[in-house]
Write a new protein. Structure first.
Length: 445
């Protein structure tokens, strides 16, 4: 049995909820796809798809196995890419693992120097080694700006230029959810979400709570030895802890706790969250993996060398080939600024899920501790932000809704990818804050 081919058939069928669309996606005949699914079911000892329905939904057993199947495919894809890179780079370093890693790092740096004249993300290019000339941002990337009138469009274009000057490529959208007026750029460009994906996860969990399928008081034991990693919340604990579902939601949004998020993914699996988003019509947001999978992929590509992982992330941004699988749009948790603002608008207008669920999501987003981006220049007693930030390697995001005591409110999404090989980015945070302030002032009633 060609396990990878059979797993591809299984994952495609789960994604498409049908044999015909899955077969078209893979470019194979439908009977062949059906046979592969049947072989897998015999191999695993359980039904993966419910063939009694027209839509062919994935069974509970299939949903349980789906993240593991996707992980196998992700790892196989990374292995193929590593082999291709090895053939192209032809490194000469040999010996122990540490020596090999250093050799690869040198090879990547040589490749970077060789491509200094190539297009880079964020509208910034590199000159030749001799001249060091900076490329014109417009020649590298021309953002697609949106704005309801001349003034809004001009502000969107100004913000795009400011970000490009910093070496940042991204997407930005601000919308008044009551009037519908908006401004932004590259609003339909899909970007890996990092921790921003926790917002749709929370809504899916709250939806189950609202319908009585899940008890918010249900205790969940989180063991740091097997949970998601991260610097905050339960992810930073040294000993197992038992926490109620409702408190896991609080930890996940207030301090971006990855262990809390993955504990909730155990209760509401990745495929269920993704399916719920599609049922709600959120086509521009995809949930494909747990939080810890981001770190597993980074470690698989760079070991425990954060600087090397960051180097890879920046290097691969404009190439279309990603050594870190969870930065690849094909496999990442993904979203567009347009889809994220659309979701926020529906949450604030109680037009998605259940009113009890959307009200609790609004409350929890208002408790976020890390608010240095969107509200960097919007700090006033009369203003409040309900938001969620996301940071991973070169990604720096935040989405949220800024509300004034006057009743004015604006939904925002700022999704950025930097072209620099440094973790801190206070200037990028400030640029996001400046864009948010200008957009709020332009769009408020």
């Amino acid at each position: 049995m060609d396990l990878l081919a059979h797993l591809e058939a299984y994952v495609a069928t789960a994604d498409e909820a049908g044999f015909s669309r899955a077969a078209d996606r893979l470019g194979i005949a439908q009977p062949l796809l059906s046979r592969r699914i049947k072989v897998l079911e015999d191999h695993f000892g359980g039904r993966l798809s419910d063939r009694s329905r027209r839509q062919v939904p994935t069974t509970e057993f299939g949903l349980f196995l789906l993240p593991y199947a996707q992980d196998v495919l992700d790892r196989a894809q990374r292995l193929r890419r590593a082999a291709r890179s090895a053939r192209q780079a032809r490194p000469r370093a040999t010996g122990a693992r540490g020596t090999c890693r250093a050799g690869w790092s040198r090879c990547w740096r040589r490749d970077r120097r060789a491509r200094r004249g190539a297009v880079r993300c964020g509208g910034r290019g590199r000159g030749s080694a001799a001249g060091g000339t900076r490329m014109n941002a417009e020649a590298v990337h021309r953002p697609a700006c949106v704005g309801g009138d001349g003034g809004l469009l001009a502000l969107a274009e100004e913000t795009a230029r400011d970000w490009a000057d910093l070496g940042v490529r991204g997407a930005f959208l601000a919308r008044n959810p009551d009037s519908g007026e908006e401004l932004g750029f590259d609003v339909d460009e899909a970007v890996p979400l990092a921790s921003v994906v926790k917002v749709p996860l929370v809504l899916a969990v709250l939806d189950r709570i609202a319908t009585g399928e899940l008890d918010p008081a249900r205790p969940v034991t989180v063991d740091p030895a097997t949970s998601g990693v991260g610097p905050t919340g339960l992810a930073a604990f040294r000993h197992p802890a038992t926490v109620a579902v409702g408190d896991l939601l609080f930890l996940m949004l207030s301090v971006s706790d990855n262990a809390a998020a993955d504990a909730l993914f155990d209760l509401v699996p990745v495929a269920d969250v993704d399916a719920r988003l599609r049922a709600w019509g959120c086509a521009g947001i995809r949930v494909r993996h747990r939080m810890n999978h981001m770190y597993e992929c980074a470690a698989g590509a760079a070991g425990d060398d954060f600087s090397l992982a960051l180097e890879l992330a920046v290097r691969d941004e404009g190439s279309g080939r990603h050594a870190i699988g969870t930065l690849d749009p094909v496999y990442a948790n993904l979203g567009t600024a347009s889809a994220l603002v659309g979701l926020l608008q529906r949450v604030w207008r109680d037009e998605v899920s259940h009113p009890r669920a959307t009200a609790e999501l609004r409350r929890l987003m208002g408790l976020q501790v890390f608010v240095q981006r969107l509200t960097g220049e919007l700090r006033a007693d009369s203003l409040r932000l309900s938001g969620k930030a996301g940071t991973f390697l070169h990604l720096r995001h935040e989405i949220g809704v800024v509300e004034a005591d006057s009743g004015d409110r604006v939904a925002l999404a700022a999704l950025t990818r930097a072209d620099r090989r440094a973790g801190p980015g206070p200037d990028i945070d400030l640029a996001i804050g400046t864009a948010a302030r200008q957009a709020f002032e332009a769009l408020r009633g």
